[in-house]
Design a protein around this ligand. Structure first.
Ligand code: C2O
Ligand code: CU
Ligand code: CU
Length: 460
């Protein structure tokens, strides 16, 4: 495959310039381009950004736009997202559009979809968004550091028609690898990578510790929770006087059902809730098990009380033919080589899929796909976790339907791009291989992905 789209930056046009005050420093951020002939609608810049995560201290984050997590991109289902991505970071990078079914050239995987975008270069991403829902974007280069420093952002695809929700909020969950003074700590430690992954220490929602989100009393609010963390699986629950229903999982609608026990939201996963907000002045806490992630505070609203909207419309994802589907096995195992060879600068090889550990430093791994699917055919993947740790298993380019598990009751099969495979769980997911290309298939615990738990699946 030859890559041609990477270009040197010649000049910036149509950008919004924001003065940051201190030292008169000006930087650029996402701007809507007014020129119809520009060929893109947005210019999105990745650049260093100092943020205050710990009061009184500065954290040297990297961000897409003026905040970390980055600017929320919104686009209507069925239309084009056209973004000129500009790299003002000191390192090379890409953008991957997590969960979006798009052509391979737009998928943001270095040496598979495109060449990495070097400092001072730009890349035009253009694709049509087929499915409504909550998605996100992040680099696919040096992921533990780049995502760890804040290069993550929500991408919301709005339904074609109004849904009946009149209020909504996006809450991006991220736990930062910083110390008490806001300085970054290691994003990846081998002995942690061999277990659950290296966890951050500072809990935030939309980049704020101890966050408070104000919501209108009496209304049914659509709350999109996105796990943009490198490592952590949040065991989400709400404590307080409220009713909550689950409307969608990882972008795809389900028949609305109450949020009952903890919902385990692994890295990369999303859940869309409808919450009936109690009387003004009341507070609900959004929790991870017993730990408070943030507070939802009810404030007076002039609107008349809202009602539960109907289920969201299904996305146009092809239905796999389970009778004719071919079965493929994928075994996720520990590879058990913790020793780090410091001479070659490679991360250790700790995890493997079907006996093969992906080497993140080897640009040719994708030339050796672990499976080759025929375009248009249905497949059932048997995912077998032979480890004591959970793995949020993610596939690029296509969505799959969760149909069976030996560990949990599948009340209603659902489409997703990421399935949280529990300890020793065996699950079945099905899909139609309808998107040609070489697609990454990996655990979204970034530490696991970078120490072997990744593979390529080809569709030809
Ligand atoms: Cu969020 Cu390779 O994925
Ligand atoms: Cu992805
Ligand atoms: Cu994993």
């Amino acid at each position: 495959m030859s890559f041609t789209r990477r270009q040197m930056l010649k000049g910036l046009t149509g950008l919004v310039v924001v003065g940051l005050g201190a030292g008169g420093a000006a930087r650029y951020w996402l701007g809507k381009v007014e020129d119809e002939n520009a060929g893109h609608d947005y210019e999105l810049i990745a650049a260093p950004l100092d943020v205050e995560l710990v009061p009184g201290f500065k954290t040297e984050a990297w961000a897409f736009g003026p905040s970390a997590p980055g600017t929320e991109l919104r686009v209507r289902q069925g239309t084009w997202l056209r973004v000129r991505f500009i790299n003002h970071l000191p390192v090379e990078t890409t953008i991957h559009w997590h969960g979006i079914r798009l052509p391979l050239e737009m998928d943001g995987v270095p040496y598979v979809s495109q060449l990495p975008v070097k400092p001072g270069e730009f890349f035009d991403y253009k694709f049509r968004v087929p499915d409504a829902g909550s998605y996100w974007y992040h680099p696919h280069v040096s992921s533990s550091e780049e995502l760890g420093r804040g290069l993550v952002g929500p991408l919301i695809v709005e339904e074609r028609e109004p849904t009946g929700f009149t209020h909504e909020r996006t809450l991006s969950l991220k736990t930062w690898h910083v110390d008490e003074q806001g300085a970054f700590m290691p994003f990846s430690i081998p002995r942690e990578a061999a277990r659950n992954g290296t966890a951050g220490r500072l809990i935030t929602i939309n980049g704020q510790a101890n966050s408070v989100t104000e919501l209108p009393a009496g209304q049914v609010v659509r709350v999109r929770l996105l796990n943009l963390d490198n490592t952590w699986t949040y065991r989400l629950n709400l404590k307080g006087n409220c009713e909550a229903m689950i409307y969608a999982l990882d972008g795809n609608p389900i028949t609305p059902r109450p949020l009952e026990d903890d919902y385990w939201l692994g890295p990369g996963m999303r859940i869309c809730l409808a919450i009936r907000i109690p009387d003004a002045g009341e507070e609900i806490s959004l929790r991870d098990g017993f730990v408070r992630l943030g507070t939802l505070r009810s404030v007076a609203s002039a609107d008349k009380p809202g009602d539960w909207p109907p289920a969201l419309p299904a996305n146009p994802i092809a239905e796999p033919d389970l009778e004719k589907a071919e079965k493929l096995n994928f075994n996720f195992e520990w590879a058990g080589k913790v020793s780090v060879d410091t001479d070659n600068g490679r991360p250790p090889s700790l995890w493997q899929i079907n006996g093969q550990a992906w080497d993140i430093t080897d640009k040719t791994c994708a030339d050796r796909p672990i499976a080759t699917l025929q375009k248009g055919k249905s497949y059932i993947f048997e995912l077998k976790n032979m480890t004591q740790y959970q793995h949020p298993i993610h596939l690029h380019g296509m969505s799959f339907k969760v149909i069976a598990s030996n560990r949990r009751q599948i009340v209603e099969p659902w489409f997703t791009d990421t399935y949280l495979l529990g300890k020793n769980e065996r699950a079945q997911v099905a899909l139609v291989a309808d998107n040609p290309g070489t697609w990454m298939f990996h655990c979204h615990v970034i530490d696991h992905m970078e120490t072997g738990l990744m593979a390529a699946i080809a569709v030809v």
